[in-house]
Design a protein around this ligand. Structure first.
Ligand SMILES: NC(=O)c1ccc[n+]([C@@H]2O[C@H](COP(=O)([O-])OP(=O)(O)OC[C@H]3O[C@@H](n4cnc5c(N)ncnc54)[C@H](OP(=O)(O)O)[C@@H]3O)[C@@H](O)[C@H]2O)c1
Length: 225
């Protein structure tokens, strides 16, 4: 991977995807905003370019973005998760996939509803096959913090999946936009990582907070054993 790979964001017109796009664009990464409607993607790219002058952002269909991106980030609501991955499976082969999707109860987002595969990340890994590395990440980063570019993010990023080298690349991509990121273990841990998002949403609602997050304590060196 070059130091600045092209990052495609499926559902990049939305709250989370456009927030990640802003942060990476500001850090110098070329961004491909994907949408079901390329016109909407172009609009979003234009809007984000106005916020990050000089940012390399273009709007495309999800398929075009998937085909061109070296790294592909999935930021669609859970209902669109399996369909979009199934539809773009061949285009996504062998790319680095970052899955941000959390399967929440649409009636009550304080509840995590694990899909039959156990997690969205595991579902993506099954659909795309073992040769396409899927890494779950950024589930705990509220779009509110991503969009406020004045803010240095306080929340840590937990990275989960079965491909060690892919996780190291995602940690580097998170660190490039100011996060502290940790390898949170294998794909089997994805339900815990994704599920924590529902806990945070519950805290936001219960305590009238905006964008609660998590911080890992007790680690003095990021050198792994
Ligand atoms: N919002 C957050 O703070 C946050 C934080 C962590 C994780 N997440 C996760 O990130 C994902 C996206 O969240 P979000 O808040 O950004 O959602 P969103 O704004 O509601 O939707 C994101 C984009 O997904 C596309 N989309 C909507 N329904 C779709 C469908 N059925 N099939 C394919 N594409 C569809 C839309 O783009 P087009 O109409 O342009 O195609 C939309 O702009 C969710 O899984 C969420 O759990 C969100």
């Amino acid at each position: 991977m070059t130091s600045h790979p092209q990052i495609a964001i499926l559902g990049g017109t939305g709250k989370e995807g456009s927030g990640l796009a802003l942060r990476w664009a500001r850090a110098g990464f070329p961004i491909l905003i994907g949408s079901r409607d390329p016109e909407r993607a172009r609009h979003t790219a234009e809007r984000l370019r106005a916020i990050v002058p000089g940012g390399e952002l273009i709007g495309l269909s999800n398929a075009e973005a998937a085909a061109q991106g070296e790294v592909v980030v999935v930021t669609v609501p859970y209902e669109g998760h399996a369909p979009i991955l199934q539809g773009l499976r061949d285009l996504l082969a062998h790319k680095l996939i970052i899955d941000v999707v959390v399967p929440l109860d649409p009636q009550n987002p304080r509840r995590y509803v694990p899909p039959p595969d156990g997690s969205a990340t595991a579902e993506a890994q099954r659909i795309l096959g073992p040769k396409t590395p899927v890494v779950g990440a950024f589930h705990h980063i509220s779009h509110l913090h991503l969009h406020n570019l004045e803010e240095t993010p306080e929340c840590d990023v937990l990275v989960v999946g079965d491909h060690r080298e892919a996780k190291a690349r995602v940690i580097a991509l998170a660190e490039a936009i100011g996060f502290t990121a940790y390898d949170a273990g294998p794909l089997a841990n994805a339900p815990a990582v994704e599920g924590l998002t529902a806990v945070l949403i519950g805290l936001n609602i219960r305590y009238k907070a905006h964008g609660t997050g998590i911080r890992i304590t007790g680690i003095s060196s990021k050198k792994q054993s």
